[in-house]
Design a protein around this ligand. Structure first.
Ligand code: AMP
Length: 399
């Protein structure tokens, strides 16, 4: 049977995706374009993915019978967020449906400790960390790491949720309680120069393709702006590609993956390189990984030959990755629920900007911090794209 999993799925085949947010929606759009069928499974109905998919299964992730029925009705399975129980992979294996990326990768990505341990084991540079299970271990870890430090729940949070910064002299018991008294990792605070990321893909035959390295700017721990390509020295791009390839090969990934990096200042990287205890000999530290398309890869829809969602569809279907060549420099700006604070944003003003490409995710309730959509601008240079992008987003704001 394993052999049949290697036969690529053609248009007309059915892909199942666990999760039903905007990432699944953009995958569904590519599936529609290319003639594949796409089914989504999540506890929601009329979801961002479900609005586009051929069919929407609304059931709990631990509903064994529903998961089995879903697995039976598709040719391959993937996911669009990590917090899908491992039951999903177990049932898929029983039904002999390929899960791409594998259940083992999903399992590692669901928990910071497992993820960081895997990265360290693969010889990849991660932010120095300690696993802490109780306040006494936290105290010991803070003593070793020094302050400031960042305490993060081991079970995954996202967009800065489930983490707190520990300042010198902070009351550690309060920090511990603030995160719900659960297993955590304590990370050294990294005084990085910039945040970067790279989306990469790997097919069943082991063929690897990486997109250009991009720069990410966050506001309140949420991604605000992605600038493609990042303006960094070629050696940093080479380093990122090397790390991305090594990680994909270590994981035997079939699918798409994003690595988020901290770029260390040159002085710190030089100092680390001389220290035998250092995790890195280069300028990049891995902050986290996501074994799926990522918000920082949305620019590829307009800015690259193959979008990250077509890439996911291709690799999940057993095809090789498409070209990751950049067509034009691009800037992606997130549109959060905050934009709705004075009513519906001024769409006409945005759509009057000829270069702005609007993406809305079909979410009915605009809450502060909620990702409602994004816009992308491509231009001759990243500076020009940034200028137009910021002007277009500002035009949306109602006074
Ligand atoms: P995360 O959820 O781990 O991706 O963290 C969200 C954001 O918090 C990151 O994109 C960084 O801006 C910041 N951050 C997380 N960990 C650290 C760290 N160890 N040092 C400095 N900033 C961090």
């Amino acid at each position: 049977m394993a052999q049949s999993h290697r036969t690529p799925l053609s248009p007309g085949s059915t892909i199942g995706v666990f999760g039903s947010g905007q990432l699944g929606r953009m995958l569904a759009m590519e599936a529609r374009r290319m003639g594949y069928r796409l089914l989504t499974f999540s506890p929601e109905s009329n979801s961002p993915t479900g609005q586009i998919a051929d069919s929407e299964f609304a059931a709990a992730y631990d509903d064994r019978a529903a998961v089995r029925a879903f697995a039976k009705s598709v040719d391959a399975l993937t996911f669009e967020f990590e917090n899908v129980p491992s039951l999903v992979a177990e049932i898929a294996a029983e039904e002999d449906v390929p899960v791409r990326p594998s259940g083992a990768i999903l399992h590692a990505a669901q928990n910071r400790l497992r993820e960081k341990s895997m990265l360290r084991q693969a010889g990849l540079p991660v932010t120095p960390f300690h696993f802490v299970k109780d306040p006494a271990e936290l105290e010991e870890a803070v003593r070793k790491t020094g302050c400031p430090a960042i305490l993060k729940t081991a079970a995954f949070g996202y967009d800065g949720k489930g983490q707190t910064r520990i300042e010198p002299g902070a009351k550690l018991s309060s920090a511990w309680q603030a995160l719900g008294g659960q297993a955590c990792v304590l990370e050294a605070y990294v005084d990085f120069e910039r945040e970067l990321s790279m989306v990469a893909a790997r097919g069943v035959q082991g063929d690897f393709a990486a997109y250009p390295l991009v720069e990410n700017r966050h506001v309140n721990h949420i991604l605000d702006t992605t600038i493609a390509p990042a303006e960094v020295e070629p050696s940093v791009v080479g380093e990122a590609e090397k790390l991305a390839r090594r990680l994909c090969e270590h994981l035997e990934l079939v699918g798409v993956l994003c690595i988020e990096f901290f770029l260390l200042p040159k002085s710190r990287a030089d100092r680390d390189a001389r220290s035998s205890e250092s995790a890195t000999t280069g300028r990049l530290l891995i902050n986290e990984i996501a074994p799926r398309p990522h918000n920082s890869g949305h620019w590829t829809i307009e800015g690259a030959v193959t979008s990250q969602f077509e890439q996911q569809l291709r690799t999940v279907s057993g095809l090789g990755p498409g070209s990751t060549e950049m067509l034009r420099p691009a800037v992606m700006l997130n549109l959060l629920g905050d934009l709705w604070h004075n009513g519906e944003p001024d769409w006409q003003a945005l759509l009057a900007v000829p270069d702005a490409k609007l993406h809305l995710y079909g979410k009915l309730e605009p809450r502060p911090g909620r990702k409602m959509g994004h816009l992308t601008v491509t231009a001759e240079t990243t500076e020009a794209a940034l200028e137009k992008g910021f002007a277009a987003r500002a035009a949306l704001q109602r006074a």
